[in-house]
Design a protein around this ligand. Structure first.
Ligand SMILES: C[S@@+](CC[C@H](N)C(=O)[O-])C[C@H]1O[C@@H](n2cnc3c(N)ncnc32)[C@H](O)[C@@H]1O
Length: 412
């Protein structure tokens, strides 16, 4: 096993976060994508497998186009991600770190089982993730991919993680803070991600945009900017995950880091740039006081990069990962994400139930409304977040008319 001599021992006790789900598994072997590993007494959730699949596919795409892959799994639990980056993405080196010293044996045993004697390909550390990443940055020991799988809304890892990733490298980050994305703790989201978030009908997409926005802010402090490669919401938690590419150069002036608004009166959403802050008003010109709910600043650009997702899908097909006996269907998920990447689609989604309620009718089928929107020249896609929602650049008022016409047509 490689030692990391330049890293000094922890000066103080690493900050270990509380596990909000209080789900500690007993010693046992698990299997994921055919790989067997011990979870011991570590924190492990089998429900996070899809998030791990997507991370591995993305890492493998990086390795294929760059030729090498060094990964830092900064909060690794039992080391399942490290294991999968090594075996499936064929990483050249993985540093598996978890602050909990009791996990060391389980992580090392899991990694040694698959490395067939080549223990120069991995190392295990038990330190605070911020300390590890800061020391890597100070040593200029940058990683191609850093995976930060933290609990809650701990954004304190963002700056050190951004600084320890290579330019054009990948950063995979997580939030499990559904209260903030739901707009129930605006001062908390402001502290964690710099975004004052209020309740919006598409709160789970707001959760992804809040997380990307937080990374935009931290990267910008360091003179960098980020490009989202994919964004994934999982209802098991909820969990928000985004894979970002770290780019040299500050955030552009006309960037997609803005405020978003939702009009309670007409149901339309809009994005406002910083120079429009004093002029925020819905295009329906309602005179209803406080009709506009405003949140931000958040990421308002595309949630995914279609070309990257297409490479991931290609690999998933080659590896036979398209669908499996556990009910996971990566093909459906990645294709949905590719559709959502259409640059003509705005942020947010409209729930079918909200459109139907505004039209005062029962909802038509989602297939019928999608066909009509496409026929009328609008960009439209389903959402990977909510199966009963659509993303479209058609305003809510027009969607309501289309719903009504579809119903009248079906009655005739
Ligand atoms: C969500 S779990 C990781 C799960 C793992 N990535 C997986 O996919 O199974 C978060 C882990 O972070 C560790 N942790 C908490 N605070 C930490 C810190 N400050 N530095 C490093 N690890 C930390 C916990 O011990 C826990 O194992």
């Amino acid at each position: 096993m490689l030692s990391i001599p330049a890293l000094s021992p922890p000066i103080s006790q690493p900050k270990t976060l509380q596990n909000p789900l209080s789900k500690i598994c007993k010693s046992q072997y698990q299997t994921e994508r055919g790989l067997q590993f011990d979870v011991g007494d570590t924190f492990f959730r089998s429900e996070s497998a899809t998030g791990r699949d997507l991370g591995v596919l993305s890492a493998a795409v990086y390795k294929q186009s760059n030729g090498s892959l060094r990964v830092l799994d900064a909060l690794c639990g039992c080391g399942i991600r490290s294991l999968r980056y090594l075996v499936e993405a064929e990483a050249d080196f993985v540093l598996a770190n978890d602050a909990n010293e009791n996990y060391k044996m389980v992580i090392s045993e899991n990694l040694s089982r698959v490395s067939s004697g080549d223990e120069r390909r991995w190392a295990v550390m038990n330190s605070d993730a911020n300390k590890v990443m800061t020391e890597c940055y100070l040593r200029k020991d940058y990683f191609d991919l850093i995976d930060v799988d933290s609990f809650g809304s701990d954004s304190s890892f963002l700056r050190s993680a951004v600084s320890a990733v290579k330019f054009d490298g990948f950063l995979y980050i997580t939030s499990t803070d559904g209260f903030s994305s739901g707009g129930h703790r605006p001062h908390h989201s402001l502290a964690a991600y710099g975004a004052y978030v209020r309740p919006m009908p598409y709160s789970n997409e707001v959760g992804l945009r809040m997380l990307i926005g937080g990374a935009v802010r931290e990267a910008s402090v360091l003179g960098y900017h980020v490009v989202p490669l994919f964004s994934y919401y999982s209802y098991h938690g909820p969990i928000f995950r985004v894979m970002l590419q770290i780019k040299r150069g500050k955030i552009p002036d006309n960037s997609n880091y803005r405020y978003i608004s939702y009009c309670i009166e007409c149901g339309n959403s809009q994005a406002f740039s910083w120079d429009q802050l004093g002029e925020m008003r819905c295009s329906c010109n309602t005179n209803v006081p406080r009709s506009l709910i405003v949140s931000g600043p958040l990421w308002t650009g595309p949630l995914h990069q279609a070309s990257h997702l297409a490479c991931m899908l290609n690999l998933a097909e080659q590896w036979g990962w398209i669908s499996d006996s556990t009910g996971r269907n990566l093909e459906k998920l990645i294709k949905l994400m590719i559709n959502e990447s259409d640059p003509n689609l705005p942020f947010g989604y409209m729930k079918m139930a909200e459109i139907a309620s505004r039209a005062k009718i029962n909802s038509p089928t989602i297939g019928a409304i999608m066909d009509t929107l496409h026929e009328e020249g609008y960009a439209a896609s389903r959402s990977h977040i909510d199966p009963n929602a659509i993303k479209t650049n058609c305003p809510m008022t027009e969607c309501v008319k289309i719903f009504t016409e579809l119903q009248q047509h079906s009655i005739r």
